[in-house]
Design a protein around this ligand. Structure first.
Ligand code: ADP
Length: 358
């Protein structure tokens, strides 16, 4: 009999330890209150998430401080009451709270349990999605309004050939802008869904940069800019998706051309440090204000929306460049001085990266 009792006690103690360990390490917060609203049990996550202090020792104090209009009696005694949910914001964090009555074996209420989940990341992603949809709609609406306006004007009136050509040119430009926007969006979405897994090969970064410069020669000449390219001797071959890296270089170089005045200077350096080769593109263009530097990799972010849209930018070029470099274990860094110029450094690995399966 004593042995049986000992066994039972040991089992109870083991279970208690297990539950305590689970509560200690749970990322969700748990608080159990007794019928008087006193805390019976609380785990560290609950204290941390709700930023509780030792004085917050009862139901009333805790939830009135959080501005949650909830009543312990209502949870315990209201007929057909099963559970309720509330959302609170503590500092920058968003929390979801789930209240439920605690009952004993005879279905008699003994208190209330609250489960607290941190949903900050979920709220952030949801806001990003909403902003993204609003941005896409706005970006598409602007050229569509223009196209419709000019097309209707042409249809309604009689115009000489010169005016007709002028209107048709606007329509063509706006249609091209929409096409570029949709192509860029599709490309981003394919990166997001991991659909683009460019084949990695070894290639010469200096050669690629020179080819990109040639591809943009017309734009460079149009603005009468000087572009100089310096390639350090013996840069090892890089190992990456060549088409992707070409896209990155074209995006960055065409930004330098776009955002640098006529007769401006652009210098390109290709070299290597440790296991990375780098391309540094320096322009003496309009520069980027310091407060915008952290945001320019965000989708649709443009420093001066109206002006950069006029220049044909979609605000997606740098986001695409970053996605491509992330996929190729590379990196991109931008330094800039407003009114003086911008320096972009792209790094691409020179050796095959060994993937470690965890
Ligand atoms: P966009 O298609 O508008 O050029 P990007 O994503 O390539 O979009 O760039 C985002 C914004 O960063 C641009 O709209 C521009 O305001 C700024 N920017 C990028 N590169 C430069 C640069 N070399 N000089 C000045 N501003 C730049």
């Amino acid at each position: 009999m004593t042995r049986e009792l000992k066994e039972n006690l040991r089992e109870v103690s083991t279970r208690k330890n297990q539950i305590e360990t689970i509560l200690l390490h749970m990322t969700d917060g748990i608080i159990a209150f007794n019928m008087n609203g006193r805390i019976e049990l609380i785990n560290p996550a609950a204290t941390r998430l709700l930023r509780l202090i030792p004085e917050d020792e009862n139901f009333e104090k805790i939830f009135s401080k959080l501005n949650v209009n909830i009543n312990l009696e209502k949870i315990i005694y209201l007929e057909n009451w099963t559970s309720t949910e509330e959302r609170v914001t503590v500092g920058d964090n968003h929390m979801h709270m789930h209240f439920a009555p605690l009952k004993n074996e005879d279905d008699i209420p003994t208190g209330v349990i609250v489960v607290i989940q941190d949903i900050t990341e979920h709220v952030r992603l949801n806001n990003m999605r909403k902003e993204f949809v609003a941005d896409v709609s706005h970006e598409l609406k602007t050229p569509i309004t223009s196209i419709m306006g000019y097309a209707d004007t042409l249809l309604e009136g009689e115009y000489d050939k010169e005016t007709q050509d002028k209107f048709l040119n606007v329509i063509a430009t706006e249609a091209r802008r929409m096409a570029k926007l949709v192509t860029d969006l599709l490309e981003l979405s394919r990166y997001d869904n991991d659909e683009i897994k460019g084949e990695k090969t070894e290639f010469d970064l200096g050669e690629l940069v020179k080819q990109c410069q040639e591809k943009l020669q017309i734009e460079i000449e149009k603005k009468n800019q000087t572009v100089e390219c310096f390639v350090t001797a013996n840069v090892p071959a890089v190992f990456a998706d060549k088409d992707g890296i070409e896209r990155v270089v074209l995006n960055i170089l065409s930004n330098s051309i776009k955002y640098t005045k006529e007769e401006g200077n652009i210098k390109i350096y290709v070299g290597f440090v440790y296991s990375d080769a780098y391309i540094k593109i320096i322009d003496n263009g309009i520069g980027i204000p310091e407060e915008d530097l952290t945001k320019i990799f965000e989708r649709f972010y443009r420093v001066d929306k109206a002006r950069t849209r006029e220049m044909g930018g979609t605000g997606l070029g740098l986001s695409i460049a970053k996605e491509i470099l992330d996929q190729n274990s590379g990196s991109i860094d931008i330094k800039s001085k407003f009114g003086a110029g911008t320096e972009v450094v792209i790094k691409v690995p020179t050796k095959k990266q060994t993937s470690i399966d965890l």
